[in-house]
Structure formats: C-alpha cells, structure tokens
Design a protein around this ligand. Structure first.
Ligand code: NDP
Length: 328
C-alpha cells in the first residue's frame, strides 16, 4: 500500500481532495512503475486540486503534473529498476494519474533519464515551471537576444524565478516584474538587476509602441501585461509567452509586429518531443546554479497540497514548492 492525494467528485459534482492509501493494482496501465520521491505545485495543479477539478479528465484522480523518482519495475528496455527519472507534461496529473503519490505508473515515452549533476529533489525544484522557463530561454536564444535588459514577468512565481536565475547566470541583465515588492531581495538574490512594479505594466495604453526597452522577455502573465510589453520590445526582439496568470485575453495591436519586427514565441511544455526534453534538462543541469535553486524551494508534504493549490491560483506562492511525497 502507498499514500496518494486522491481527488474525488461527489454526487453534486463537488470535488474533495484527501490523502488516502492505494495499492499498486489501483494504478493506471503503463510500461514503467516509478517510486516517486518528489513532485511540485504548478498553476495547473492548483486548478486540478481545486473545486471544480479544472483540467481533470477522470475521477477518482491523483493530480501532480510532474514527478521525479526511481524506476521500480519496467517493461521497456530503455529503463531498468534503480534508474532515476523525471516526468513533465503528457497530461499526466490531468488525464493520467500523476505525481501526488508514492508510486506512479506511466508510459516509458513520457519519461526522461535524470541527467548527471541534478538529483530528484533538485529536479522537482525545477519541475514543470522551471523546465518551461528553460524552454523559453532556449526559444529566445534561437531567435537571438538583443542587447539591453531581458524582462521576466511574474518574476517571483515558479516560471519567473527559474527564468530569472538562468538568464542572470547566462550573463543577461534581468529586469523582474512583480506585484509583490517584498520579494525584491529574493529576486535580487536570484540575479535580477532591476525590479519593475507590476502596476507599471498592468494598465492599457493607447500608444501601440513605447520606447524600445527590452532585448527579450519571458512572459508568464499574458493579458494586459503582455500586450504592453510587446510595444516596449527592441526592434527584432522576441517574447517567449509561457502563461496566463494575469489573463488569457490579449488586448494588443499588430503594430509591434509590423513596425518593430517583434517575435511572439509560444511555449508549450506538455507535448515536447523526447530530444527537446533531454536537451532542456541537460541545459538546466548546466545553466541553473543549484545554490539559487535552493533559495527558491518551499518544502511541502502531500497533506499541504489542498491549501497550496488554492495559494498558487491566487499568485501567493513564491518560487517553487517541492513536495516530499514520502514524508508526513
Ligand atoms: P506562479 O503562480 O508560481 O507564478 C505566476 C506569477 O504571476 C505570480 O507569482 C505573480 O508574480 C504573477 N501574477 C499572478 N497573478 C497576476 C496578475 N493578475 N497580474 C499580473 N501578474 C500576476 O505560476 P507558474 O510560474 O508556475 O506559472 C505561470 C504561468 O505559466 C501559469 O499561467 C501557468 O499555467 C503557465 N505555465 C505554462 C506552461 C507551458 O507549458 N506553457 C508550463 C508551466 C506553467 P509576482 O507576484 O512576482 O507578480
């Protein structure tokens, strides 16, 4: 038997999340059974744990869109017992039971071997949010990051924290946008050179173009902020759009694209091909300083998840929540 956070739906359609005991026979079909060590709390997890169930496709459900652990049993030649693995994406924790459990059974294709230089706890301190931040940086690099500061929005959140630390470590001058002034020291410790108050960018303007300011941008917020940032990009610079913490509507004009050649790069971490996932994890191990990663970690256990899920939806979580699924 093992512990898991199970979300159930009652007859009135209300969802309830609680830690329960399950057996290996309860797990969904898959080629590889993993003894999960750590999982994390991402924005999507907040939706899946919360009332209404968000993105969950089947009940009862074990959420957790990512996990890292050790292979316990494998029907696939690529993995053997004892291998350290990490999983992000593939609708795990939404359509297939995920990482909020001491065991998970998944398709071998969804896993990535953990690279040298990073352990299972560090891998989940990175988690889906950090993996996505790395994909965003890689996408910006492919387009070319211009001289001048690189903006990170939602900087104190999961994606934003990791993007800030990676970009600063690569030598870029990072400006972090935050609505929480009390996180300024934290962002500076991750390498941000400048803190931009959220209010400065969260209001619409009639001017489709403003001063050419940013040499690149990782945007976790979307909405009005993304629209505003598009008009402030340098000529030919790129924005890697990752999330919608500030809203899904984009009240922008085409002018930044037409007159400044701005590139808007959409980042999807869910269906990433194997080679990209391996490359991104190798880059994480190389380009993300592990001492800065430590500073982002908020430890948690399975029983903390309902409250943390509510917190991340309100934008209250700082950095990365790492869930030790084997501790009470
Ligand atoms: P977090 O909640 O950790 O961070 C989001 C941050 O955005 C908050 O910490 C806050 O930063 C800022 N924010 C929140 N609400 C608002 C608002 N109304 N207006 C402006 N800023 C706001 O979430 P994650 O970093 O884990 O995820 C960020 C986004 O990226 C989410 O939308 C998530 O779904 C998406 N995502 C997308 C992925 C993909 O594959 N494309 C993968 C992973 C995440 P601060 O307090 O500093 O202002």
């Amino acid at each position: 038997m093992f512990n898991a956070l199970v979300v159930e739906k009652d007859e009135e359609g209300k969802t309830h999340a609680a830690v329960k005991e399950l057996s290996l026979d309860d797990l969904p079909a898959g080629d590889v059974t993993v003894a999960v060590e750590y999982s994390t709390v991402n924005y999507k997890d907040g939706l899946c744990i919360g009332p209404g169930g968000g993105l969950v496709r089947n009940y009862p459900h074990v959420p957790g869109i990512d996990f890292a652990g050790t292979v316990e049993a494998s029907d696939d030649d690529r993995y053997k017992p004892g291998d350290k693995v990490v999983l992000t994406g593939w609708r795990v924790g939404e359509a297939h039971w995920g990482g909020y459990a001491q065991k998970a059974r998944v398709k071998a294709d969804w896993l990535v071997p953990l690279p040298d230089g990073i352990d299972t706890r560090q891998a989940m301190a990175v988690g889906t949010a950090g993996f996505t931040a790395m994909l965003a940086v890689m996408a910006l690099e492919r387009q070319g990051i211009k001289d001048g500061p690189v903006l990170v929005t939602g900087a104190a959140g999961g994606v934003g924290s990791v993007a800030t630390a990676i970009l600063a470590n690569l030598g870029y001058e990072v400006a972090g946008v935050t609505g929480r002034p009390e996180t300024a020291d934290y962002l500076t410790s991750l390498g941000a050179k400048r803190i931009v108050a959220r209010e400065e960018l969260n209001e619409t303007t009639k001017r489709p173009l403003e001063g050419e300011t940013w040499g690149g941008c990782v945007d976790a917020v979307g909405g009005v902020m993304l629209a505003r940032v598009l008009g402030q990009m340098q000529y030919g610079a790129s924005v890697a759009a990752v999330g919608l913490a500030g809203g899904a509507n984009l009240p922008a004009t085409v002018i930044p694209f037409l007159l400044r050649g701005v590139n808007l790069l959409g980042i999807d971490s869910v269906m990433q091909p194997y080679d990209n996932r391996v490359e991104a994890w190798l880059r994480v191990a190389k380009d993300l300083p592990m001492d800065k990663l430590e500073a982002m970690i908020q430890p948690a256990v399975l029983a903390d998840l309902p409250e943390l899920g509510r917190g991340i939806l309100k934008g209250q979580v700082k950095g990365r929540v790492v869930v030790d699924v084997n501790s009470a």
